[in-house]
Design a protein around this ligand. Structure first.
Ligand code: HEM
Length: 455
């Protein structure tokens, strides 16, 4: 009776037949690691609003999604978020579902992401770009007679992990300096992706993992590798900042402490940054480099813009400033196109319809229904980006004007979500891209490149 009742509640929303009764469809696509593409296929087949589970819908309408995330929206985060809670006793801002607690915590951490309270932000990113360039010069510079390929897919992640650990803990983990997967972090996290996919499909299983019997399976601070090792570092760094004579630092943790976070919160939030801010940014670096390097006209135009900027800005002996890079139109078009063509945060991130229900696309959606983003469908929308939306073509950002451009910009910005859930690391990620692509102009698994010195 329950199954039939649940099917009827949302029977007016199209989708695969089995999705009305169970989550088998989502489970199958999630463990095959192709959920974003499969969601897009469903959008092409069934339209903007699709049923993907007994209580789950996805939409590719940015206006609807913005409504669910607006500051005053009565929508809340759904159980999906629980899959990412590592510590049963403590949420971080990314996993927190209680709206009031989330807003309070968010308000306390936001200053840590701004250059005003975190004065070392831009220089930290510069230090890590210098470390990346140094690594390339030391080990991966090819010449006529010597071929020294480099897996840019992996190095992009080394770079973002060092940036984010340096920002969060005041010291990089040393991926670039050692040119290796420190603490086997990437190996262990990559291995755990299928399990995370199962948990995000069936978040109820998370409470099982938190029982005393299964808790040993979760990462622990005493681990010498994987995520557990990072928990250990986060706790140590937080403890050192709370020692009685510890100085006040003008960095991210310093800002967190000045704004009232407890020692346990400082440790949890600094760890949260590593999860939220490394793979996402690395993914965009790979997407941009892959498309720029395999697309000679784009590469030439970007190089020409950068070559013209170097003498004009007097950049021969220093790195480009974030504010300067934001004024390079083709670079900005390339970054936007990279964020669009391979959206870095491609999960549905389900939000819950308020108890009174909502009307979407003229259809009543009962309270408690979970609504997520059909990310690939949003960012490959022909209606918004034009008939060649599947192609990497930065020029579209320079050709569009007026309302059309404004709609394209507000849609690509949905990569960082909106309103009360908007990514606080947006500015940091864009600063990494702005500097890295100009400085290096120089990639996923098996992304080998041959780098040679420019004349
Ligand atoms: C291209 C890079 C990035 C993308 C596309 C991205 C995307 C997102 C998205 C979509 C969310 C919203 C989750 C929701 O709706 O609940 C989010 C949240 C968050 N992101 Fe990012 N992110 C990126 C980089 C970063 C970086 C570099 C940092 C850290 C410096 C960061 C820190 C966070 C944090 C702390 C949250 C939680 C915010 C909250 O719950 O209020 N992100 N990010």
């Amino acid at each position: 009776a329950h199954i039939v009742w649940q099917w009827r509640r949302l029977a007016h929303i199209p989708g695969p037949f089995s999705a009305g009764f169970c989550k088998w469809w989502t489970f199958r696509e999630a463990v095959a690691l192709r959920l974003p593409e499969s969601y897009k296929r469903l959008g092409d087949q069934y339209g903007s609003l699709v049923r993907v589970g007994p209580n789950e819908l996805i939409t590719d309408n940015p206006d609807v999604l913005r409504r669910t995330m607006a500051t005053k929206s009565r929508y809340v985060r759904g159980p999906w978020y629980e899959a990412f809670r590592m510590d049963p006793a403590m949420d971080n801002v990314l996993t927190m579902r209680d709206e009031e607690a989330h807003t309070a915590l968010r308000n306390k951490i936001l200053p840590g992401f701004s250059g005003k309270e975190n004065i070392s932000l831009e220089s930290t990113i510069e230090t890590q770009i210098a470390a990346m360039v140094d690594l390339i010069e030391r080990k991966y510079l090819s010449t006529g007679g010597e071929y020294r390929p480099m897996d840019l897919g992996v190095k992009a992640q080394y770079f973002t992990l060092d940036v984010i650990s340096d920002l969060a803990w005041g010291q990089p983990m040393g991926f670039l300096a050692q040119d290796r997967d420190v603490f086997n972090y990437l190996k262990v996290t990559t291995m755990s992706i299928p399990a995370m996919m199962v948990l995000s499909t069936y978040p109820g299983l998370v409470s099982l993992l938190h029982t005393p019997l299964l808790r040993p399976l979760l990462p622990r601070e005493t681990d010498t590798s994987g995520f557990g090792a990072l928990i250990g570092i986060a706790k140590k760094v937080a403890a050192s900042r709370f020692e009685p004579d510890a100085p006040d630092h003008r960095d991210m943790l310093g800002a967190f402490i000045r704004n009232g976070l407890t020692q346990a919160q400082v440790s949890a939030e600094s760890l949260g940054q590593i999860v939220a801010g490394s793979d996402t940014s690395a993914s965009t670096i790979r997407a941009v480099m892959l498309h720029v390097l395999s697309n000679p006209p784009v590469y030439q135009k970007l190089r020409a813009e950068i070559d013209a900027a170097v003498p004009r800005l007097g950049m021969e002996r220093r790195m480009i400033k974030d504010a300067e890079a934001r004024l390079l139109p083709y670079l900005q078009a390339v970054i936007r196109e990279g964020l669009r063509i391979m959206p870095p945060a491609s999960a549905a991130m389900f939000k819950e319809v308020p108890p009174e229900g909502d009307t979407i696309d003229g259809k009543f959606i009962p309270g408690g229904t979970q609504i997520g983003s059909n990310v690939m469908a949003i960012h490959r929308s022909r209606e918004i980006y034009g008939p060649d939306a599947d192609a990497f073509r930065p020029e579209r950002w320079l050709e569009a004007e007026g309302d059309r451009l404004a709609r394209m910009v507000s849609t690509v910005e949905m990569n960082f979500h909106y309103g009360k859930y908007q990514c606080p690391g947006r500015g940091i990620a864009l600063m990494e891209f702005n500097k890295l692509f100009v400085e290096g102009l120089w990639l996923i698994d098996e992304f080998w490149v041959r780098i040679s010195r420019r004349e």
